[in-house]
Design a binder for this molecule. Structure first.
Ligand code: FAD
Ligand code: FES
Length: 278
């Protein structure tokens, strides 16, 4: 049967070729991608794409590279189920389907000129890496930059080389912690919330960008409020089950908000009265 392609349909997939695959941990791989038609992906930090494997399924994945990189884009994928495990089995040169970018991303134009407090739990570093790389590329447009990263064990550290670089930079305050150390670990031990009281910020000048596992948000928000951050300067990116990725199916709804279209980034002010959001 001939394939019917409706021109300009938002569901149209573009073919993306895998240029490189880098294992980051036992569960996460970094995929470097390029569109076969040599166009580039125009996106904002915090936006996501729908990644499609023919005959297997389609999933939302955050873009984790800098939007200023016109040569390729990257996604960091944790193998958890059907599509993600299949993606992990692919090789360099294989083709996947991509549509998007979708979602609002972080409000860069509003954040610029302010201090930035980035709080990443585990795989939450993937979407935040895009924001971090953007801020580094435009360092003069931001004030102080604080990055806090936490994961369960040292073996789950993502982007280790980059983390080391961020830790060495004099224009970035970087701190990392693990919930459970191993004998070789020399850094902080404790939940990511334990790092927040020690961060020296001017709350009125600071935007916090928070991404991590669902359990993290309530405790991180409590610490940020205790520091005096205004509710509209706390930015949270949410994960919800998604089908269409563009506000049509209702799968990702939080009350009157579509996580895929109105989010995935929300201010705490927007969702603070919606119990199910957190
Ligand atoms: C906006 C957004 C950005 C995301 N960014 C990334 C990313 O950068 N890297 C990454 O590895 N993953 C990301 N995810 C999660 C990713 O979409 C899911 O892991 C994926 O859909 C699982 O598909 P699967 O077929 O492999 O697993 P399935 O076989 O469908 O399910 C395996 C397990 O994963 C859970 N799961 C499935 N879909 C989701 C979902 N959307 N959110 C949370 N849990 C889910 C299921 O409940 C089940 O427990 C993102 C999700 C959203 C909504
Ligand atoms: S995923 Fe369909 S409306 Fe959000």
């Amino acid at each position: 049967m001939a394939q019917v392609v409706i021109k300009d349909s938002p569901y149209n997939l573009k073919k993306a070729k895998i240029l490189d695959i880098k294992p980051l941990t036992d569960k996460e791989k970094l995929f470097k991608l390029v569109f076969e038609d040599h166009t580039w992906l125009d996106f904002e930090p915090g936006q996501f794409i729908m990644v499609s494997l023919m005959g297997i399924g389609e999933i939302p994945v955050s873009i984790c590279s800098s939007p200023l990189n016109r040569h390729y884009f990257e996604i960091c994928v944790r193998a958890v189920g059907k599509v993600t495990n299949s993606l992990h089995k692919l090789n360099v040169g294989d083709i996947i389907g991509v549509r998007g970018p979708y979602g609002n991303g972080f409000p860069i134009k509003i954040i610029e000129g302010h201090d930035l407090l980035i709080i990443a739990g585990g795989l939450g570093l993937a979407p935040l890496r895009s924001l971090i790389l953007y801020a580094i590329d435009n360092r003069r447009d931001f004030g102080e930059i604080h990055i806090l990263f936490g994961c369960k064990t040292p073996g789950e550290l993502l982007f280790e080389d980059e983390i080391e670089e961020w830790g060495k930079r004099l224009d970035i305050h970087f701190a990392c912690t693990v919930d459970r150390a191993d004998p070789d670990w020399k850094g902080n031990v404790g939940l990511i919330t334990s790092l927040i009281p020690g961060v020296d910020i001017d709350p009125l000048r600071t935007y916090a960008a928070v991404v991590g596992p669902p359990v993290m948000y309530k405790f991180v928000i409590k610490e940020l409020l205790a520091k005096g951050l205004p509710v509209d300067q706390i930015l949270l990116s949410f994960e919800r089950h998604m089908k269409c990725g563009m506000g049509k199916c209702g799968r990702c709804q939080i009350q009157n908000l579509y996580c895929c279209k109105d989010g995935p980034v929300f201010t705490f002010k927007e969702i603070m009265d919606m119990a199910e959001a957190l």
